[in-house]
Design a protein around this ligand. Structure first.
Ligand SMILES: *Cc1c(COP(=O)(O)O)cnc(C)c1O
Length: 430
């Protein structure tokens, strides 16, 4: 499909980046299950290796099926380019890698997916990087946390496990003032519900494992670049602005302009870190994205209905869903994600830890798994699983206290989901 800025989301989620296969006429994007691609001749090979021509060399760097997915996600997110990788966590490293050097830090929201808190507070230290966590609603604290070694601000548009929507324009203004990029994890919201780039984000990261694929089949990640950041405005981002020794002194920003980040991520990031997506995974994710808007509409509809009903249930103490009028973040929906607050939230049970465990074990339709954003409804009790190693104080601070369960609402019949939850809640209460 040619650049069609006038096409709507539902059209783009099916067509962006794809066209009938020129060799065979195949209408669906073929799975190019090939490690390497034949060069036309030695001059062609040299041009590809010099980054003078764009093409396919070896599937650690580029692959035609993955290229379609990259263009599709970039289009849906209003970015200029995207790079796919092996998981959402890989995408986070791929987003930080061109920005950071030993001694540099990222200022991150303290309300993040638990795995990201661990990656940022522990693992990135091995690279000589560090993270400072702040309450992202407190823009003064955010501005104060940024120092001369800070290279990015990181937050989630709708925080996993739900209940918090970030005021992206306010956060972007602080990052802009400091001359550093804002990276937004848009996994929970998806580009259908929220467009972080139009709200000031420089980079958007995704775990495509979740709603984008939407069927619980493959792990994957993606980094989308807005193309708007001036990497040469100061000397903070030498990977972009200074000569690159591995490419005969090529300067990425000077040479590739708004595509500098994307080219760097492929030519250096994927080449040397090797966190590559495979073509089969790209295929499943492309299949999923074709129905993204339809699924998200149903996810939001079911989640809103269930959250309202659960709020009035005898066994339930409270519900943290931003789509509820009782949520302190309800008012932000209109500005950040007007079509809804996704379908992930927590509930607190009056019966505490024991009731949570009984609830999880009594459900039939809801599956007890450590995943979210699937077409099927999922549940987890963090205190007895993902957050088991933490003290009760740490669990509570993370919004995962002993009486909390996390629900990821699927797209099944609402009366079946309600019936399943009602039966299990009543069983758990006894
Ligand atoms: C799952 C998740 C991740 C990590 O993604 P993986 O694909 O599991 O590596 C990051 N951020 C959020 C918000 C997530 O839900």
């Amino acid at each position: 499909m040619t650049d069609g800025p006038t096409y709507g989301f539902d059209t783009l989620q099916i067509h962006a980046g794809a066209r009938p296969d020129p060799a065979t006429g195949a209408r669906q994007t073929p799975i190019h299950q090939s490690t390497a691609f034949v060069f036309r001749d030695s001059d062609h090979a040299a041009a590809l290796f010099n980054l003078q021509e764009v093409g396919f060399i070896y599937s650690r760097l580029t692959n035609p099926t993955i290229a379609v997915l990259q263009e599709r996600i970039a289009t849906l997110e209003n970015g200029v380019g995207a790079v796919c990788c092996s998981s959402g966590h890989a995408a986070q490293i791929m987003a930080l890698f061109p920005l950071m050097q030993p001694g540099c830090n990222v200022v991150a929201s303290n309300r993040l997916y638990g795995g990201t808190i661990t990656q940022f507070s522990q693992t990135i230290k091995r690279f000589g990087w560090s993270a400072k966590f702040v309450d992202i609603d407190d823009t003064e604290a955010l501005a104060e946390a940024i120092d001369e070694n800070t290279r990015a601000v990181f937050c989630e548009s709708i925080a996993n496990p739900g209940g918090h929507i970030a005021d992206l324009p306010a956060i972007a203004a602080v990052a802009d003032d400091a001359g550093i990029p804002l990276i937004v994890d848009n996994t929970t919201a998806t580009p259908y519900l929220c467009n972080p780039i139009s709200l000031g984000a420089t980079l958007v990261v995704h775990s495509t494992t979740k709603y984008l694929t939407g069927n619980g089949t493959v792990t994957g990640g993606c980094v989308v670049d807005s193309g708007k950041f001036d990497w040469s405005a100061n000397d903070k981002f030498p990977s972009m602005s200074a000569p690159e020794p591995a490419y005969h002194g090529l300067k990425f920003h000077e040479t590739f302009g708004p595509l500098a980040f994307t080219f760097h991520s492929i030519a250096i990031g994927l080449r040397d870190l090797g966190m590559t997506m495979n073509p089969q995974a790209a295929h499943y994710t492309l299949m999923g994205i074709e129905t993204l808007s339809l699924r998200m509409q149903r996810h939001v509809e079911n989640a809103t209905d269930l959250a309202e009903w659960l709020e009035g249930h005898d066994a339930v103490d409270y519900v943290t869903y931003a789509g509820l009028k009782s949520s302190p973040y309800y008012a932000r929906m209109a500005k950040i994600c007007p079509k809804g607050a996704s379908a992930l939230f927590t509930i607190s049970l009056k019966g505490g830890y024991d009731a949570c465990v009984k609830l999880v074990d009594s459900l039939e339709i809801f599956s007890h798994v450590a995943n979210l954003g699937d077409a099927r409804s999922l549940i987890i009790h963090p205190a007895s699983t993902t957050h088991r190693q933490l003290t009760v104080e740490q669990q509570t601070a993370a919004g995962a206290g002993p009486s909390i369960v996390r629900l990821s609402i699927g797209i099944e019949d609402i009366q079946d989901l309600k019936g399943d939850l009602d039966r299990a809640l009543n069983a758990a209460g006894k």
